[in-house]
Design a protein around this ligand. Structure first.
Ligand code: PML
Length: 245
């Protein structure tokens, strides 16, 4: 009976390790801590001196958010990627100035840790701490949805963990009413596929968004001009969500 009660009311935790995090039920904790530890120990840049894992119990019930559909475009160069992104975002009404400003941020050698927020019409950057940017946290995926996604991604010859984590994040961001679109270029010099995402567009993967060996990258969230920025940041950083469907 005890376990029945527990499974009806599982506790939710945010598990965080440098470079990875997620929202999990208590029954999954040991498995995930093992996975995260293995990932840290097998980091391509070498073994870290210390690994800090934090677990924080989340008191709110996570909101369910739909997973964005994934497509991959054909693209063979960063110039072509830029051209396609301009075309797609112009078609949904984002002014050229705003797209240009987004690229300036994304290709700047001063990469920030989190994401930048930029207003759609004026192209003005508005997050309060530009060094830090906004860190999207408290996000997880329903087990069944994850199984189906992993099966699909394993047929696509992609880095499953990278795409899965980016898709979860993009789905949380896109679900917020004031978000028009996200543009993402990985700051990993060896990872050259980026994406644009929105509720309307879905998650559009763009190969060769940058050339190999480039250190720049980041995320830009383009939002409605009159967005309440504090409320948006609170949602992105603090509201627990679980991707499903
Ligand atoms: C993809 O392959 O779908 C894009 C993944 C972007 C990863 C960005 C990151 O480094 O977090």
């Amino acid at each position: 009976q005890k376990s029945e009660v527990r499974s009806q009311n599982p506790k939710t935790y945010e598990i965080h390790i440098s470079g990875a995090e997620g929202v999990y039920e208590d029954a999954e904790i040991l498995k995930i801590v093992k996975e995260y530890t293995n990932r840290a120990l097998n980091h391509p840049k070498g073994k870290p001196d210390n690994i800090v894992i934090t677990l924080e119990q989340i008191k709110q019930i996570p909101q369910k958010v739909p997973m964005l559909p994934v497509i991959t475009l054909k693209c063979n160069s960063p110039d072509k990627a830029k051209e396609m992104i301009f075309q797609i975002l112009s078609d949904i009404g984002v002014p050229a100035r705003t797209i240009k400003n987004s690229f300036k941020i994304l290709t700047s050698p001063r990469t920030m840790r989190g994401a930048a927020i930029i207003l759609k019409e004026s192209g003005v950057r508005v997050e309060p701490d530009r060094e830090r940017g906004v860190r999207v946290s408290r996000l997880g995926i329903e087990k069944n949805t994850e199984k189906i996604l992993v099966r699909k991604l394993s047929k696509m010859k992609v880095s499953i963990t990278t795409v899965k984590e980016a898709l979860i994040l993009a789905s949380k961001v896109a679900a917020y009413t004031d978000v028009i679109a996200e543009i993402c270029i990985s700051d990993d010099p060896d990872y050259t596929t980026g994406y644009i995402a929105s509720k309307r567009l879905g998650y559009i993967r763009i190969p060769n968004i940058k050339s190999h060996g480039q250190n720049y990258g980041g995320r830009v969230f383009i939002v409605r001009e009159n967005t309440n920025i504090n409320r948006l940041i609170k949602y992105l950083e603090k509201t627990p969500i679980i991707i499903s469907g």
